[in-house]
Design a protein around this ligand. Structure first.
Ligand SMILES: Nc1ncnc2c1ncn2[C@@H]1O[C@H](COP(=O)(O)OP(=O)(O)OP(=O)(O)O)[C@@H](O)[C@H]1O
Ligand SMILES: [Mg+2]
Length: 219
């Protein structure tokens, strides 16, 4: 896709800060341009060593994941590389699942979210940080969106024996959030699957911040 703007353009634009990173995290901006809203995830403000290694790697990983998942509803759309240190994509109006009270979440939400995650798996991608409720949006139309592909993996580059366990990590994240926010709608089968996944020690080991792909945001 053609870049909607460059880093040079940023100076004169209407930009709001979404979150300010500390040394290992990106800054996130919301940028308004011609009636359209974009998110920029930028590692440029990180110390040079971090920016040139970790930052570049994270930006590329997120960009490639979003490109692979393009067209799936609920995945940030129209990703582009601003440069080696920043990735951009469409802003999706809504609130994170973390701050959304259960009565503001439609009953269809988790069924749709499960479908979204399965559609991602069909493209051979796993997210691996779905338990983090700040990575899930309840959009203004009440639909799910999945954010933050910094921990994601393309299964084509991963040993086959790990595929199922990695998909299970995602599914356990879906059901965990479902059981927290809409427990009455989590049926017996899914509940039993969550219980059995929770017993797998390997999942305990891998879930959360797997494979050393992130640092804590301390702000
Ligand atoms: N496409 C988007 N549309 C709307 N809001 C977004 C979008 N992308 C990110 N955000 C907002 O920015 C926050 C942080 O995004 P993201 O998780 O990708 O960055 P992060 O560096 O991993 O931050 P954190 O450490 O807080 O998880 C999200 O919780 C969400 O509130
Ligand atoms: Mg995040």
């Amino acid at each position: 896709m053609v870049k909607p703007f460059t880093r040079k353009d940023l100076a004169g634009k209407d930009v709001e800060i979404i979150t300010k990173g500390r040394w290992g995290n990106a800054d996130l901006y919301l940028l308004h341009q011609g009636g359209e809203n974009w998110v920029i995830k930028d590692f440029f403000p990180c110390p040079p060593l971090i920016r040139k290694t970790w930052g570049r790697f994270m930006v590329r990983r997120e960009f490639l994941a979003l490109r692979t998942l393009a067209g799936i509803q609920g995945i940030p759309a129209d990703p582009f590389l601003l440069d080696a240190y920043a990735v951009g994509y469409r802003f999706q109006p809504g609130n994170t699942l973390k701050v959304t009270p259960p009565d503001r979440i439609p009953d269809t939400f988790f069924f749709e979210f499960e479908q979204l995650v399965l559609a991602m798996h069909q493209r051979n991608m796993v997210h691996l940080d779905i338990r983090n409720r700040k990575n899930i949006l309840v959009t203004d139309t009440g639909r799910p969106a999945l954010l933050d592909f910094q921990s994601s993996l393309n299964l084509e580059n991963t040993p086959r024996m790990l595929h199922k366990i990695m998909k299970d990590i995602d599914i356990s994240g879906v059901y965990k959030n479902w059981s927290k926010k809409k427990p009455a709608l989590l049926d017996e089968n899914r509940r039993a699957r969550l219980a059995s996944l929770n017993k797998k020690r390997i999942l305990w080991f891998l879930k959360g911040y797997p494979l050393g792909t992130r640092t804590d945001r301390r702000t």
